[in-house]
Write a protein that binds this ligand. Structure first.
Ligand code: COA
Length: 108
């Protein structure tokens, strides 16, 4: 049974970012991460994900994994900068555009 770890960043009472993560058998599965456009490119996403992964590690996770749409360069650069590596691919996963889902992972 997954344990959901959902986190938000509030700025002046408004949601500036959120992250949904599941803990499954020692793996932190990042379901979603988003930063409000008004707060992007300020380091919030990177800092936030570092904090969430740290909490997942403290809760017992030893690996992290996620899926990202091929071509989502902002997300891919962010994840690569945090040590995530390409581990697989689901061809044409995102419809109707037919983009692949890239499977990324790293040890915690
Ligand atoms: C992906 C996302 C969460 C990044 O959040 P952010 O707060 O803007 O990211 P940061 O400012 O922490 O950037 C960290 C690094 O990510 C990369 N990055 C972030 N946005 C980028 C962009 N638009 N273009 C290229 N690289 C980008 C850079 O390497 C950046 O480091 P740098 O600023 O030193 O160059 C944000 O763009 C977003 O919410 N996108 C829409 C939702 C989404 O696609 N989520 C991912 C689903 S898998």
């Amino acid at each position: 049974m997954p344990l959901a770890m959902d986190r938000v960043v509030l700025v002046d009472g408004q949601v500036a970012a959120y992250c949904c993560l599941w803990l499954v058998a020692g793996e932190a599965q990042v379901q979603n991460l988003a930063v409000h456009p008004a707060f992007q490119r300020r380091g919030m996403g990177k800092f936030f994900l570092i904090q969430v992964l740290s909490q997942a590690r403290a809760a017992g996770a030893t690996r992290a994994s996620l899926e990202v749409r091929d071509g989502n360069l902002a997300a891919l650069y962010l994840y690569q900068s945090l040590g995530f590596c390409l581990e697989g691919r689901r061809p044409r996963y995102y419809q109707p555009e037919g983009k692949d889902a890239l499977l990324l992972g790293r040890n915690l």
